[in-house]
Design a protein around this ligand. Structure first.
Ligand code: SF4
Length: 414
């Protein structure tokens, strides 16, 4: 299985997106605490690690942890807004450290829309410089895009730009907005799209990529809004292949292991031919309307076959639909019988506490936690909150509810 783990290396950021679902907290990582998490992924035979945030390039030891993860044999990736990667020397250093793939996050190629979404000016030019630098220094580039109310009608225009101006970018990822956490939760009216708002432009965008031989994935979009490309759904691929995902959050959630990719369904889902492989509607904050879901009547096995026989992703060991069906039935039976522990869906579910086997042995119960609250990180957090409060007021958006301190026995003072 091509399991990939996530480590949030910092939680502060140099942009101020109004729908940020992982905003600043008082938690901080040292190289040593990140190293334990990397080792744990290696012990679990994970394929790779994604260094994320906040904005991961703001961690002073990012190149060092990237180099360590690479040395340990993981495929090393990073999700970034590209701001620092626009600096040539920084991009070069990350390439030399062993970073193999960078996901640069860009929401819109319309400068005004991007500025509104980022809460900062001039970010688009830096993102363009970042993708050029990464390509120049041998780091593969993917583009990540959060689907939201302001870019919903021009996802295809974004793709046209990338194909024309950056032909070396071969893979794209869309994430529909998660309205349940952070600033996204308190600014739903401003940024959460209706599913119907983006259906047409997403379809055009996927068609453009598919016809050009590029690849893509789509997360948090129900299959009835991407039926022609159902095989590209992240949740569907994970359901079909039985994959998991571990996220080490730098907040009170700490470590979350996600094995259940099913979200919310409506009554109409009962009549849908894709129900058993569909993630449904991702929503824990009443941001979307289940009435927008509608059954489809296409061949489920055709979707499954295109996933298990995908030559660009040979991560599934069974290659015939019959052997897949047997494996899938067994997994369903194991889940029902409790042999596979079902987690509440989504890494951000409030009821989703650390799994029994997590965090790594060295970190529990009295060992170092996933990050620590130090005097320095607490001060940085307070300064950030003050500044972000001013930014929020200026931009006319609400600031997220403050993260609550973890129990004091787990906090470490420097
Ligand atoms: S109707 Fe339900 S099961 Fe069918 S594609 Fe839509 S969300 Fe998925």
């Amino acid at each position: 299985m091509a399991n990939i783990g996530y480590i949030q290396v910092v939680r502060h950021c140099n942009h101020f997106c109004g729908f940020c679902s992982n905003p600043t907290t008082p938690f901080a990582h040292t190289f040593e605490s990140m190293k334990v998490l990397v080792d744990d992924f290696v012990d679990r035979s994970y394929f790779g690690v994604i260094l994320t945030g906040g904005e991961p390039t703001l961690h002073p030891e990012l190149p060092k942890i990237a180099a360590y993860a690479r040395e340990r044999g993981l495929h090393v990736r990073m999700i970034t807004n590209g701001h620092r990667l626009a600096e040539e020397r920084f991009a070069e250093a990350l390439g030399e450290a062993g970073l193999q793939l960078v996901h640069v996050s860009v929401y819109s190629i319309d400068p005004e829309v991007e500025q509104r979404l980022r809460g900062a000016a001039g970010t688009l030019e830096r993102a363009y410089a970042a993708v050029k630098n990464a390509n120049r220094f041998g780091i593969e580039v993917n583009i990540n895009c959060v689907i939201n109310k302001l870019n919903a009608n021009h996802l295809d225009k974004n793709i046209e730009y990338w194909i024309e101006n950056h032909p070396y970018i071969r893979h794209f990822i869309w994430n529909n907005l998660d309205p349940s956490m952070g600033r996204a939760e308190v600014n739903q009216g401003e940024f959460t799209p209706k599913l119907g708002d983006f259906e047409a432009s997403l379809h055009r965008a996927m068609t453009l990529l598919h016809n050009s031989g590029r690849t893509f994935r789509v997360e948090k979009v129900p299959l009835c809004y991407m039926t022609d490309f159902a095989w590209a759904s992240t949740e569907t691929r994970k359901i079909v292949k039985g994959e998991e995902r571990i996220v080490h959050f730098l907040d009170n959630k700490q470590t979350v292991r996600q094995t259940d990719w099913e979200h919310i369904y409506s009554e109409s889902c009962d009549r849908c031919s894709l129900r058993t492989i569909c993630g449904g509607l991702f929503d824990r904050g009443n941001g979307y309307d289940p009435a927008e879901l509608h059954p489809v009547f296409v061949s489920r096995d055709t979707v499954v076959e295109s996933i298990i026989r995908d030559p660009s992703d040979p991560s599934y060991e069974f290659r015939s639909i019959e052997s897949w069906q047997k494996d899938f039935d067994q997994r369903c039976a194991d889940t029902l019988a409790g042999r596979i522990k079902k987690r509440p869906s989504g890494p951000d579910s409030p009821e989703n506490g650390p799994a029994d086997d997590l965090p790594p042995e060295q970190m529990r119960p009295q060992g170092p936690a996933v990050g620590a609250i130090t005097e320095q990180s607490q001060k940085l957090y307070e300064t950030k909150r003050r500044r972000e409060g001013q930014k929020a007021e200026k931009a006319g958006i609400r600031l997220e509810h403050a993260d609550v301190r973890r129990p004091t026995e787990r906090a470490t003072d420097e």
